[in-house]
Design a protein around this ligand. Structure first.
Ligand code: GDP
Ligand code: MG
Length: 794
């Protein structure tokens, strides 16, 4: 009997709970587990929800939810008292109520031991062989597809359980194109088996696993029978079944259904999954369908999940994916929902968005993503996979080169070098234009306004501050253009794959690599990009080390110092600084990794096929990043550059020179106050003031020092770098200059990054800790650089 059929006042004992993963989990958490007593408080025929009492609590369940729970009623228990031998043997002096309770518990226990298991798999993967071996019947076993036209049921006893095995027709997918597919789907979703055995042909994994990815979407309890395991071994291939199972979120049991190897282990696993005796055996994973499709899923799913009744019966993620695929069956199901208009509008928007971005309808993008997931999972677990591929596609050929053990790294480094070259060389032109434009605007506006602090605020605070950030926009856009191109073409996934093993050594994943590369442009979008990393631990560490990736804002400082102090080898000095940042990042990852709780979540690195990205998608992604950068400028940087300007502007000494003003302003006072602290590094107070200004944005370091140093070089003019270089050379020892570069590289990134860290980790604590950590590292690093430098340039 099902729970929803009980009438008010009736009592029953729970036998089992149907339904898919998350819904089922919730019911179980409420206390609906086998053997527990439940009583109906109020079940009026037209009333929804129904009120129940379980474990002494009152709970209301929707009718549809209650339909998923099977129970034993008192009437059924009474019948069993008469017919069941075990119960007939109860001692005669028991009270009536006690007898009934015993009967209820007994029947629930008996029935609970009936497990319904469905066999799902591609045609010819060995389902019928497995069915015959397990159930002892002799269905016709044929070596061609389509032998099984209808579902066959077999019953057998295994250990203490009565297992009903259903042999379903073989299908390649569950897309409801053919009657078989539709039939299998209905069987899985509507007459929900307790456990699904996904029979997979191990000698043809790529194609077989496609069906598996659809089962994952459905969020059912699945055990994989990795059949034809003998053939895989015969070919000499190696498969890490344990890792594969972990990546797919289901247990994987190798079997050979020709002679029965592995079948007892398979059935044991089925029972363990059914009883949920081992939470480590399976986990719920989501197949990552790529950023754009996932965005679509997130937009449409809430409308579907709005219908509580659907939530009880299906995984709404599954329905959403199917609906985006324009699945006729799911369309028909949703057509009856009261908010179908909202659902279909949301989908129409998303179909259009995906079509224009990816150039394909969601349907094929979803199929591609599933294959990318499979490729990634196999690349991590299956050896000889690529070599075994019979007909090589363009993707295979490219992969053979790009992920080749000798060529992968050189190609990768060469590409990165090209990207950085293009970013900074090509970017120089628009940078110069913007610089000139900002200067012109400052001049013009300054000329129009009367003298006074308002004019200075606008010209020196707002325009100069914002301008110093705007100048990097071309760099950022060019860098992200290349990054988007590499992402959308499929190369970035390979890059992540290539570096994955290396990254594992420092407690990170291949996916951490992309945000780290972005960090060379600007730390803020880089920290935002860590969202694609599933593992919390890897994500936190990645966020923590991104500030060591020298961002474009720090570059002008290095260029200026390298030009002044190492005129013979400026490029080497630059490279050295960048490398130092990377080394510090690696060391920091190792250190921080010790303090973050492990969650060791392996995940599949999808390997999508290569394709030429659409211009529109590239532009969107590039602009998205540019916009994030601009937003940072419009808010935080503006506020801080004005604040830093004010600190240097007040208190006023209008009669004095600019340099005098700077020295006797608030920022000059602070700089002088911290001078003793930075003395072991060889810094003077002017450099300290520069560093203080850099807290707002690294772009401000140079302009601030330009002002403080104005009095040294006589012919110094604002904005004239060579003059500033000369002034620096005259007053700063080389060792101190080196220490300064190291300090700038390592210390507190900037306010905007600080805010981004807080937002992405959700905790101020993390942002503050990281801030203190980077300052400490910077100080120690600069100290070491200074001491070493003194040995070379005494
Ligand atoms: P179904 O279409 O999924 O029901 O597959 P069948 O059970 O009809 O099996 C198809 C063919 O594969 C038959 O010739 C079986 O003998 C063979 N077969 C089944 N399991 C294995 C196995 O583990 N190893 C090998 N080598 N062959 C198997
Ligand atoms: Mg068959």
């Amino acid at each position: 009997m099902i729970l929803s059929d009980l009438e008010t006042g009736e009592k029953a004992v729970v036998e089992r709970v149907h339904g898919h993963g998350s819904f089922r989990k919730r019911l179980i958490e409420m206390g609906f587990i086998q053997g527990k007593e439940v009583r109906v408080i109020l079940n009026a025929p037209l009333k929804d929800p129904i009120e129940y009492e379980i474990l002494g609590y009152k709970i209301s369940l929707r009718r549809e939810e209650a339909r998923q729970i099977e129970v034993v009623t008192e009437a059924e228990a009474r019948e069993a008292l008469v017919s069941d031998e075990h119960l007939q043997a109860l001692p005669g002096d028991l009270e009536e109520k006690e007898r009934l309770d015993k009967a209820l518990a007994h029947v629930a226990e008996e029935r609970h031991r009936n497990i319904r298991v469905a066999l799902v798999g591609n045609p010819n993967c060995g389902k019928t062989s497995l069915f015959n071996l397990a159930s002892g019947s002799h269905e016709h076993v044929g070596n061609y597809s389509g032998v099984t036209v209808d579902a066959k049921e077999g019953h057998f006893k295994y250990k203490d359980y009565d297992i009903t095995l259903v042999d379903l027709p073989g299908t390649y997918s569950l897309s409801a194109y053919s009657p078989e597919e539709l039939y299998v789907r209905k069987n899985l979703l509507d007459s929900v088996p307790d456990v699904v055995i996904n029979v997979v042909d191990a000698s043809n994994l790529e194609r077989n696993l496609y069906l598996t990815t659809q089962l994952i979407d459905m969020n059912l309890r699945v055990v994989m029978a990795l059949n034809m395991y003998d053939e895989l071994q015969h070919k000499g291939d190696k498969l890490d079944t344990h890792q594969l199972g972990w990546l797919l979120g289901m247990p994987v049991c190798p079997t050979v259904c020709r002679d029965g190897q592995g079948i007892p282990e398979l059935l044991d696993t089925v029972i363990r999954i059914y009883e949920q005796s081992d939470p480590k055996l399976s986990r719920h994973i989501h197949i990552n369908h790529g950023a754009e499709i996932e965005k679509s899923i997130r937009r449409v799913q809430p409308f579907i999940a709005h219908n509580e009744d659907l939530k009880a019966r299906y995984s709404t993620r599954y329905l959403t994916i199917k609906y985006l695929e324009a699945d006729k069956d799911v369309e028909a199901l949703l057509a009856g929902m009261p908010n179908i208009q909202d659902i279909s509008n949301a989908r129409a928007d998303e179909i259009q968005r995906i079509q224009s971005l990816l150039g394909t309808p969601p349907e094929s993008a979803i199929v591609d993503a599933k294959y990318a997931f499979i490729q990634g999972a196999l690349a991590e677990t299956y050896e000889k996979y690529i070599e075994e591929h019979p007909r090589r596609t363009i993707t295979d050929k490219l992969d053979a080169i790009v992920t080749n053990q000798w060529m992968a790294f050189p190609i990768f480094v060469l590409l990165l070098w090209f990207v950085f070259w293009a970013t900074f060389t090509v970017g120089q032109y628009p940078m110069d234009w913007i610089e000139a434009g900002v200067a012109w605007l400052g001049d013009k506006l300054g000329g129009l306004m009367p003298d006074g602090w308002v004019r200075d605020l606008v010209v020196d605070g707002v325009i100069a501050g914002v301008g110093s950030v705007l100048v990097f926009l071309p760099n950022i856009l060019i860098l992200y253009f290349f990054i988007s191109f590499m992402e959308d073409s499929g190369y970035m996934a390979r890059a992540a794959f290539i570096v994955d093993k290396l990254m594992h050594k420092i407690g990170l994943h291949g996916k951490s690599f992309i945000p780290m590369v972005m960090g060379f442009g600007c730390n803020v979008p880089a920290i935002m990009a860590t969202r694609s990393i599933e593992s919390r631990k890897s994500r936190l560490i990645t966020i923590a080390i991104i500030p060591f990736m020298s961002c474009a804002g720090r570059l002008p400082i290095f260029v200026l110092f390298a030009g002044a102090f190492f005129p013979a080898h400026p490029a080497t000095a630059l490279l050295g600084i960048y490398l130092l940042g990377i080394v510090m990042a690696i060391l920091s990852a190792l250190v921080i990794g010790r303090f973050v709780k492990d969650d060791d979540l392996p995940f599949v690195m999808e390997l999508p096929p290569y394709r030429i990205p659409t211009g529109k998608a590239i532009w969107r992604h590039t602009w998205e990043k540019g916009r994030q950068y601009l937003e940072k400028m419009a808010t935080t940087i503006l506020i801080f550059s004005v604040a830093i300007w004010a600190l240097g502007y007040f208190p006023r000494h209008p009669e004095q020179s600019k340099a005098y003003q700077q020295e006797h302003s608030y920022i000059g006072m602070v700089g002088k106050a911290i001078e003793p602290m930075n003395e072991p590094l060889g810094f003077n107070w002017k450099m300290d003031v520069g560093l203080l200004a850099g807290v707002g944005a690294k772009e401000l370091v140079i302009s601030t020092m330009g002002v403080t140093y104005a009095q040294e070089g006589t012919e110094y003019e604002e904005g004239d770098d060579t003059a500033l270089q000369a002034a620096l050379k005259a007053t700063v020892p080389t060792a101190a200059a080196l220490a300064f570069m190291v300090f700038v590289l390592l210390y507190f990134p900037c306010i905007a990054t600080f805010v981004a860290i807080k937002n992405e980790t959700g905790k101020w604590r993390w942002a503050i800790l990281l801030c203190l950590y980077t300052i400490l590292v910077a100080w120690l690093g600069a100290f070491a650089a200074y001491r070493l430098g003194l040995l070379i340039w005494p």
